[in-house]
Design a protein around this ligand. Structure first.
Ligand code: GAR
Length: 217
């Protein structure tokens, strides 16, 4: 990637959007931590009209909008409408928090180097849907969470943060999810904090490697 990931000034709250599809516990973690501090959640977009995540945003008076795939001619039209809505709100970082749709290249180009995602596996293992079920079926003993930049592939962008947990006897998805939740809820806000501080930049030697830069404040 030929650009730096950062864009922040440190004196203002950094306007971010959160994209959701479901329950929204990761959105809630952002609302409880970085929102109103280093960042301001200025928009929450959902792929599903009935996502409980929307209520979490509405409870704080944050603008919400639904961009259901069925409401548009194709995915590109949906992406374009959503990108317009986010850009109108001055969004400088797009956070995928349980957003279960793929975003096309055109959307990503509207927010270059500024779309991040949380995924419930240690990527590159188990990308895509039902990651926890995939990991259980494989029989792994170590599970984990990845926060990464989003590229046009499926969960294939540069890794920002990862954390693992050993669960050698796990057999049920619910049990693994319960162990991963606290990791997700710590790592996603931490990645947002690092981004807004301008602390993330691609390693010059290998742009897949996200280097952490020490930044004051
Ligand atoms: C989270 O576990 C997140 O990692 C996962 O969906 C869940 C959403 O929970 N995302 C993916 O699987 C993306 N491929 P939430 O709605 O409670 O934040």
């Amino acid at each position: 990637m030929g650009h730096s990931y950062r864009a922040a000034g440190v004196s203002e709250r950094f306007p971010i959007a959160v994209l959701v599809s479901g329950t929204g516990t990761n959105l809630q973690a952002l609302l409880d931590t970085v929102h109103g501090r280093e960042a301001e959640v200025v928009a929450v977009a959902s792929s599903a009209a009935r996502a409980p995540a929307l209520e979490r945003a509405r409870a704080l008076g944050i603008p919400t909008e639904v961009f259901a795939r069925s409401g548009y001619e194709d995915r590109a039209a949906r992406d374009a409408a959503m990108a317009d809505w986010l850009a109108q709100r001055g969004v400088r970082l797009v956070v995928l928090a349980g957003y279960m749709e793929l975003l096309g290249e055109a959307f990503l180009q509207r927010f270059p180097g500024a779309v991040i995602n949380v995924h419930p596996s240690l990527l590159p293992a188990f990308p895509g849907v039902r990651a926890i079920e995939q990991a259980l079926a494989y029989g792994v003993k170590v599970f984990g969470v990845t926060v990464h930049f989003v590229d046009a592939g499926v969960d294939s962008g540069p890794v920002i943060l990862q954390r693992a947990v050993e669960l050698p006897d796990a057999s049920e998805p619910e049990e693994v999810l319960a162990a991963l939740r606290p990791l997700e809820h710590a790592l996603l806000p931490e990645a947002v904090r690092l981004f807004t501080r301008g602390a993330l930049e691609p390693d010059a030697e290998n742009p897949r490697r996200v280097a952490m830069r020490a930044v004051e404040g």
